[in-house]
Write a protein that binds this ligand. Sequence first.
Ligand code: NDP
Length: 309
Amino acid sequence: MAQILVYASEPAEYAAVLREAAPGIEIAQASTRQEALAHLDAEILLSWGFPPDLLASMPRLRWVQWLGAGVDKVIGALAPDVPLTRIVGGFGGVMTEHVFAFLLAIRRDVFGLRGLQREHRWQKMMMQPLRGQRLGVAGLGSIGADVARMGRAFGMEVWGLSRTLPADGLVDRHFLPGEVRAFVAGVQNLALVLPATTETDKLFGSGEFAAMQEGTILVNVGRGNAIDEAALAEGLRAGRPAYAQLDVFQAEPLPAESPLWDLENCFISAHCSGPSEKAEGLGRFTAENLRRYLSGEPLLGLVDRTRGY
Ligand code: NDP
C-alpha cells in the first residue's frame, strides 16, 4: 500500500522531490485515471487534475495537497473532514508578469507599432504611461498582492477589492464585495485575481462594464466564473471595457463559437498565466508540507472549506 499517490502529468518529478524530503516513504505515481485506480488506498494525495469523482473511493485519505492555487475543481468532491491544502506563493511572480505584459503592450500600443512597421511608416505615437493611472486589483491574496505591489512599482495608484481588510499599505483605497461598481468606476486598469466561489460568480456583469471609464483595460487571470461572458462581449463592442485580456473562462477550452475569439479588443490566452512553475518549486512547497504532516505540525496553504478558497 502506497502512503502517497502523486497524480500529475509528470509524477516522477514530484516523487523525486518528496523522496528527498521523506526517504523511505512509499510513493505511487499515476498520470491517468486508469493508473490511479490501482492506488485508491493511499493516505495522501498530491495532485493536479485528479478525477474528482474518485475521491469518494479513497477510504484511507487523510490529506490532499493540490498542485495549484485554485481548488474549485476538487473542493466540492472532497469530504469536509479531509484537509485540503493548495500552493501559496508559487504563482504571484509569473502571473504579475502576465498582467503587466498586457497592460504595457496596450498602453504602449505594441500592436499598433507592429502595424506601422509592416507598412514602413515612420509615425510618432502618443503613448499612455501606466505611471499616474489607477490600477484596481480584485482579490488581494497571495497573487493579487503581488500584482498590487507591482502596480505601486510602476507609480500607479492602487485600489483593491477583497472580503476583508488587507495588510496596511498594500492598497491606497479598499473596497468590499458590495462596492464592486464604485471600485471598477474609479480605475483605468483592472486585474481580476479572484477564486471561483458562489460569491464570485458573475461578479462582473453588464452593470459593472457600463460603469467603467472610457479606455479601461480588464485583465482576468483568476477564474472565468467571475465574468458574465455574454455581457463582456457586449461591453467590448461598446468600448467598456476598451480592452480585455482573458486567461480564464467559464468553459475551458473556450468554445470555438464564443464571440470573444473574434473581437479585436479582446486578447485570449489559454489558462497559461500561472502554471510555468515546474515540479521543483511546487515540489519544494509540497515537501515542506509533507514534513509538517509527518511531524504533526500545521500545514501550509490550508483551504478554508466554509469560505471555499
Ligand atoms: P487567495 O486565496 O490567496 O486570495 C483570494 C483573494 O480573493 C482574497 O483576497 C479574498 O479576500 C478575495 N476574495 C475571495 N472572495 C471574494 C469576493 N467574493 N469578493 C471579493 N474578494 C474576494 O488566492 P490566490 O491569490 O493564491 O489565487 C487567486 C486565484 O487565482 C486562485 O483561486 C485561482 O483560481 C487563480 N489562479 C489562476 C491561475 C492561472 O493560471 N490563471 C494560476 C493560479 C491561480 P480576503 O483577502 O478577504 O479573503
